[in-house]
Design a protein around this ligand. Structure first.
Ligand code: GN1
Ligand code: MG
Length: 349
């Protein structure tokens, strides 16, 4: 099938090689190399079960692309390539595909190595939202309704405790109790709605930033979840994925450490672009953003475990439980540092 798709972009049959690419949990991605020119491309199959309207995503990307090209012509925003017929994606056998240029000289990073990388990534996410500060975010389609609606995620978790896999529910008693005990984090989220809607990436992990040969941030990738939202979604996901040296896949959550030099790098990188844009109210939620996102991810993984891994899938029996426990361990470490973090943020403005 991929042959038919690539032909729509002008590839001749058997003139390219294809390799699985990246570590995303939701979409499927390949690196395509044109054998003659050695030019490289990224082909992506959109997970249609998760993203019900790929057209809505394509429309969002195109609106943003137009605004950025007009107002920030030097800013690198890699929209999907058009087919020979001018379409920005291909539908084949009920599946949706799109093709991107592979940005020359770029590489991605899976785990944040040093504060400089954290700074560069935070700057890229900040720059994206800052450049779009004058774009009316409400023009955008909601590609995933209630994606970062924490109170709703909490309700879905409570449903799973009632209706989920009963064996798994009794196995996870302690984790369930811990998640209920942190319920105040979900409660606090009912107040964030006073913050302004901005254009938010909603998946601010390090692997969604392209770096150049000198490890400078070049641009962002993975635009499916670009939606109107609150800035704490992106800053919180950076806290969740940059501060600790171990990832959400690590089985031993005790290895989590909050690296304060990385925290300072996130603050200064993001504020270098967003410092003048954020309101005082928004700034007051800076540190809360980490609890918000880590707690939400813990809820999502454990809820999915209780629902027989229907959303994330699992490579082994307890995969989502392990991921959830990992996030709970991180949440505790994060809570231990919140006071120091508050004082660092207060110094930055
Ligand atoms: C999913 O597919 P990927 O890895 O970019 C998820 C994020 C989670 C992340 C956890 C659409 O992202 O919200 O934070 O897994 N994306 C969706 O690894 O659910
Ligand atoms: Mg993603």
């Amino acid at each position: 099938m991929t042959q038919k798709i690539l032909e729509k972009y002008g590839f001749r049959p058997s003139s390219y090689t294809m390799l699985a690419f990246g570590t995303g949990l939701i979409n499927h991605t390949w690196l395509v190399t044109d054998e003659k020119s050695s030019k490289q491309f990224i082909l992506q199959r959109i997970n249609h079960a998760v993203f019900k309207s790929p057209e809505a995503i394509a429309k969002n990307i195109s609106l943003i692309d137009t605004f950025l090209k007009k107002n920030y012509p030097d800013y690198l925003f890699e929209a999907p390539l058009k087919t020979i017929e001018g379409e920005n994606m291909v539908k084949a056998e009920g599946e949706y595909f799109r093709l991107y240029r592979f940005v020359e000289g770029s590489h991605t990073v899976d785990v944040v190595k040093d504060p400089k990388e954290a700074y560069e990534a935070a700057k890229q996410f900040g720059k994206f939202t800052a450049n779009l500060a004058d774009f009316d975010a409400r023009q955008l389609n909601i590609t995933l309704p209630d994606f970062h609606n924490l109170p709703l995620r909490f309700e879905q978790f409570k449903m799973a405790i009632k209706n989920g896999n009963s064996q798994r529910i009794s196995q996870c008693k302690e984790n369930i109790q811990q998640l209920l005990d942190y319920g105040n984090i979900a409660e606090a989220a009912t107040k964030i709605t006073k913050m302004p809607f901005r254009v938010i990436h909603h998946d601010a992990k390090i692997s969604n930033v392209l770096f150049d040969g000198e490890n400078k941030g070049m641009c962002l990738i993975d635009f499916d979840t670009i939606m109107p939202g609150y800035y704490i979604s992106d800053i919180g996901d950076m806290m969740r994925t940059y501060l600790s040296p171990i990832s959400e896949e690590e089985k031993d959550g005790a290895k989590h450490v909050i690296r304060m030099d990385f925290f300072e790098a996130i603050v200064s990188g993001y504020m270098s672009e967003m410092g003048k844009v954020l309101t005082a109210l928004e700034k007051s939620y800076f540190v809360y953003s980490g609890s918000f996102m880590i707690y939400m991810q813990a809820l999502r993984f454990i809820t999915d475990y209780l629902n027989n891994d229907a959303y994330y899938g699992a490579k082994y029996e307890t995969h989502n439980l392990v991921r959830g426990e990992n996030q709970l361990a991180l949440l505790q470490r994060y809570a231990d540092k919140e006071k120091i973090m508050q004082s660092i943020v207060a110094r930055s403005y």
